[in-house]
Ligand binder design. Structure first.
Ligand code: NAD
Ligand code: MG
Length: 478
């Protein structure tokens, strides 16, 4: 049902200057990596954007040594209020260069420019502002009068929110007085490298932040380096388990933020149009490449048909295509590997007997794309109800009573987030209390704030990021 066509509203890519190649950022400078370089690609066009250095064990060792020196000589001894000044400076530079960061994020990741512009970059800046304020107030985090940093933090992040995940990791680490070696994801390194330039621009002392690009082997070298004191990882549950095993028995502190399979629960008294907006935001935001995505819709049986019909109508209006266009709702799938994984799980969903629905319309010819997809007739035993698809694919299940909703919601290996849609406050509170999920949204979904701790139960990981609790992961009692 199209009433009129939108004129194209492309953001200009002339605000960014993508270099043909990038080195590793170690000890305040860009240096060569010893590994065979890899290419980073724009997933919406297949265009090669740049060649990226790959850090070997020796490169990682160099970065960890730089971080240790900076910790011992400069950043550790620095007055906390002065550390705060650097963080405020970085936060302001992120805001000043917001447009550049947003365009670069969209080019490298494939997410819609409106999301990079309105969510990723402002959230990243907000994390630096928030933690800048904490830098000279650490006696109030709840770890005694003089909590101490761990030392060198080794951090590995995924490709779904490249700059935002960097901010979630780097800001609290620095505020607490640690130095950092961070490894961005192999398909989305560019905003982390632009962040390295921001560190230079802010005159951050060399070695306080080191950025070592590369793939899984580089990540493993960071995590397993004997002089890393604290490990923070966001990514797949499988790699999270490997990391937990590899550092078991060492004195390293660890936080893991892993997968999810969130239940988004719609009760029969929920305002349908509002719930539909939340369902769409829950599963199609960032192409569904979201660990806390509302990928399991649990609808009360009596309103199932009405909700699904309204949802399909709404999905029919979503615009899938050029991420640089300001009218785009759903951008490109981040990599051919991720697209293959989505296709495989969707194929299993059909083979297991769930009913697949997709809107009409064509997808662009080049690049990686997947239509917003809704599966109905899904049972809790289906793979698409259990496994993280990490794509724009919603599985719809039903329930009759609040108890059944809670039981089905908690029937998962994961426990990262959940949503509840109801007009009754008492019902929201009682259901929320029974859900085994780190974050529970009520009559909204996918809202983030640096003051609010985020993290999971069960195989969604352990530890929290954000807020006072998240900051404590970067400190120890003195
Ligand atoms: P991944 O876990 O392999 O990658 C995440 C990060 O870890 C990347 O930087 C990667 O280079 C690094 N890495 C890989 N192997 C490592 C190792 N052995 N030691 C240390 N670091 C290592 O995730 P992926 O392959 O990009 O995605 C696979 C699936 O993981 C997705 O389909 C999705 O289900 C899930 N995922 C979840 C999140 C999340 O936010 N929780 C993010 C990305 C992917
Ligand atoms: Mg890329």
């Amino acid at each position: 049902m199209t009433f009129f066509e939108y004129a194209p509203a492309p953001e200009s890519r002339s605000v960014v200057d993508v270099r043909p190649s990038y080195g590793l950022f170690v000890d305040g400078e860009f240096t060569d990596g010893q590994g065979a370089p890899l290419k980073t690609v724009n997933p919406a066009t297949d265009e090669v954007l740049s060649e990226i250095a790959v850090g070997t064990d020796a490169d990682v060792d160099r970065a960890v040594r730089a971080a240790r020196r900076a910790f011992t000589r400069v950043w550790g001894p620095m007055r906390p209020a002065d550390r705060g000044k650097y963080l405020f400076r970085i936060a302001r530079l992120l805001q000043e260069r917001a447009r550049e960061f947003a365009v670069l994020e969209t080019l490298d990741n494939g997410k819609p420019i409106t999301e990079s512009r309105d969510v990723d970059v402002p959230q990243a800046a907000a994390h630096f502002f928030y933690h800048a304020g904490w830098a000279d107030k650490l006696e109030h985090v709840g770890l005694g009068a003089a909590p101490r940093p761990h030392g060198v933090a080794g951090q590995v992040i995924p490709w779904n929110f490249p700059l935002m995940m960097l901010a979630w990791k780097v800001a609290p680490a620095l505020a607490a007085g640690n130095t950092v070696v961070l490894k961005p994801a192999e398909t989305t390194p560019l905003t982390a490298l632009l962040f390295a330039e921001v560190c230079q621009q802010a005159d951050l002392p060399p070695g306080v932040v080191n950025i070592v690009t590369g793939a899984g082997d580089t990540g493993r070298a960071v995590v397993e380096h004997p002089d890393v004191d604290k490990v923070a990882f966001t990514g797949s549950t499988e790699v999270g388990k490997q990391i937990a095993r590899s550092i078991a028995g060492t004195s390293k502190a660890l936080t893991l933020e892993l997968g999810g399979k969130a239940a988004n629960i719609v009760f029969d008294d929920a305002p349908v149009d509002q719930a539909v907006e939340g369902i769409v935001r829950g599963i199609f935001f960032n192409q569904g490449h979201v660990c806390c995505a509302g990928s399991r819709l649990l609808v009360q049986e009596s309103v199932h048909d009405e909700v699904v019909a309204a949802l399909q109508r709404r999905i029919g209006t979503l615009r899938v295509g050029d991420p640089m266009d300001k009218n785009t709702d759903i951008g490109a799938i981040n990599s051919p590997e991720q697209l293959a994984r989505i296709r495989e799980l969707v194929g299993i969903g059909e083979a297991e007997g769930a009913h697949l629905w997709q809107p009409d319309g064509d997808l662009p010819e080049r690049g990686n794309w997947f239509k917003p997809t809704v599966f109905t007739d899904v049972s809790p035993a289906h793979r698409i109800a259990r496994d993280e698809v990490f794509g724009p694919v919603l599985s719809v299940l039903t329930f009759r009573t609040p108890d059944e909703a809670v039981a089905k919601a908690n029937n998962s290996l994961y426990g990262l987030s959940a949503g509840i849609w109801s007009e009754k406050g008492s019902r929201i509170l009682s259901v929320a209390n029974q859900l085994r999920a780190g974050v529970v949204w009520a009559n909204t979904f996918n809202q983030f704030d640096p003051t609010s701790p985020f993290g999971g139960y069960k195989q969604s990981g352990h530890g929290r990021e954000g807020g006072r609790i998240g900051l404590r992961a970067y400190l120890k009692e003195s």
